[in-house]
Every structure is written in C-alpha cells, then in structure tokens.
Ligand binder design. Structure first.
Ligand SMILES: Nc1ncnc2c1ncn2[C@@H]1O[C@H](COP(=O)(O)OP(=O)(O)OP(=O)(O)O)[C@@H](O)[C@H]1O
Length: 277
C-alpha cells in the first residue's frame, strides 16, 4: 500500500501539486487521470522521488520515502518496477538483455538463475520468439511487453506505469491493459498507472484518481464513474461523444455493472463543485 499525505511540489514559484491526500491499495490497479498539465507526471515522479517533493509524506507500506537513508532508498528502488513512456528500452541490448537489466543492477544472482527468471517472465508476457531480437526489430506492442517483463522480473512490490498504451492501437492497448491487471493480481503489486486512455479507465480502473490543476478533484472506482456527480470529472471522462452516449445509455437502463447502488459511499466529491441535476 502507498499512502500519500499533503503532497506538494513546486518548481520555483509555481506550485504544481497542491496538497494531495490519497492511498493506493496492494493488489489493485490504480489509475491517475486528468487533462494535460494537471500534474500526473509530476505526481508519479514525486512518488518515485525522481522529483523531491516540496512537502508532505509518501509511505510505502509504512516507510516514508522522505525519511529514508540512501541505502533504504536503494532497497526501495529494487522493489519498484517501472514502465515509462516509449518503453525506454536499450536499443543496443536484446530483449533478453533488456529484461535482465534490473537483475544485473539489484541482485547478485548467478547467470543461470538470472536466465531462468528472464525466460520465465518472457513466457509470462508471451514473447518466447523474440528473446534474441533487438527493440528495433519488434513492434510497439511487443516493446511494451518487454518493458512490462523488465518491470516485473525482480518481483516488484510496486509497479509504476506512465501511459503504457500511448501509441498503441485499441486492440493492443486492451492486451496491455489485461496483462497489467493480471500481473497486478499474480504479483500482488500496488500498481499505479498514468493514463489518457478512457477505455482503460472503464475496464481496469479499480481505483481512479482524477487530478485537476494539481489537486485531487475526485477519486473512486470504475463502477461508480457513470453515476459520479463531479462536473469537471464528467466533462473530462465523457468528452468523447461515444462515451457520453454510453453513459446516457447506462443511466437510462440502470442495468450495467458500471453502476453502483450507493455511489456516495465510495466517492469523494469536491464540495466547491455544484452537483449536477
Ligand atoms: N521539471 C519541471 N520544471 C518546471 N515545471 C514543470 C516541470 N515538470 C512539469 N512542470 C509543469 O508542471 C505542470 C504539470 O505537468 P505534468 O507533466 O505533470 O502534466 P501531465 O498531467 O502529466 O500532462 P500530460 O498528460 O500532458 O503528460 C505543467 O504546467 C508543467 O509545465
């Protein structure tokens, strides 16, 4: 579990994160959504301590990253898997070598043991025929799967992904979403994903955190999204005509699992926002 308390981040005079309080459960897919510039990447990088927060605390299963010694931070890093935008693979390394990288960095495992783990995750993400290829020789979707395999090879407790579906077609995006959901359950990771993909939000969003202008505007799960009353959230999530019609249909028919009987129990509304009639 990751708990975030009063997290603030400023760049010089500009405050980008304005006191965020939230938590992300173990074994769940947590999605961060929000318009461009709302602070999603700064939030993710602050959690990872790539950016040092201006104030607040971030607890990884009770351990405050801001109070950790360099050694403790190094241990925490070995427990974190990351999938960054563009997959961030090493062009000069084969698929197998890319995936082995965290094991080379963080473990003293023997060559044979590393090989065993690498082949295991290659099988897990279905890349058996690509292990000797270079990133430039495989498709974008396969590159994402390599990045996911690399992120999980060292059995992480925490999995961070920054727009894992960017640049992928809808079918391949679904494959990646399904894989991330399955891996979250199998490895029992606390998974946090920045996404612009509303299909991901509707299908794998076990928790959704909606950021707006650096504040937490709303949080809840995919099943209460259709009945959420936060106007900014609705305008953002249902900005596409297709999703708007889907929501109208769901509300009219009241017959989908996306609708929860008691949305108020699970969602936090910003009291400054007038309720929609
Ligand atoms: N290193 C930095 N120095 C100064 N300002 C920054 C820095 N990184 C981000 N910002 C500012 O913080 C704000 C939030 O940026 P961020 O990249 O987190 O947005 P985002 O929600 O991830 O957007 P997108 O969806 O387009 O990736 C922006 O106004 C951006 O200019």
């Amino acid at each position: 579990m990751i708990e975030v308390k009063e997290l603030r981040k400023s760049f010089e005079e500009v405050e980008v994160l304005k006191g965020i309080n939230t938590s992300f459960d173990t074994g769940k897919v947590n999605l961060i959504i929000g318009q461009s510039g709302s602070g999603k990447t700064v939030f993710l990088k602050s959690l990872l301590n790539v950016y040092e927060p201006s104030s607040g605390s971030i607890l990884f299963d009770g351990r405050d990253i801001m109070k950790m010694s360099p050694e403790e931070k190094q241990t925490l890093r070995s427990e974190i898997g990351t999938v960054f935008q563009g997959s961030a693979l090493f062009d000069s390394m084969t698929v197998e070598e890319n995936i082995s990288f965290p094991l080379d960095m963080f473990t003293n495992l023997s060559f044979r043991e590393k090989k065993r783990k690498v082949l295991e995750v290659i099988g897990r993400v279905n890349l058996q025929n690509a292990n000797k290829k270079y990133p430039s020789e495989i498709s974008g979707g396969m590159q994402k799967r390599v990045a996911i395999a690399r992120a999980i090879v060292n059995n992480p407790k925490y999995l961070f992904c920054d727009e894992p579906n960017s640049g992928l077609d809808p079918y391949t995006s679904n494959v990646i979403d399904d894989l991330l959901l399955e891996i979250t359950k199998e490895y029992n990771t606390t998974t946090i994903i920045n996404t612009h993909d509303m299909n991901s939000v509707m299908t794998i969003g076990e928790k959704i955190l909606y950021l707006r202008l650096g504040i937490k505007e709303w949080e809840g799960d995919k099943d209460i999204l259709a009945t959420a009353k936060n106007k900014h959230l609705i305008d953002f999530v249902y900005s596409s005509e297709l999703f708007k019609q889907l929501r109208d249909f769901m509300l009219e028919n009241n017959q989908t699992s996306l609708i929860n009987d008691k949305p108020e129990d699970n969602e936090i509304e910003d009291s400054r926002i007038p309720k929609q009639k």
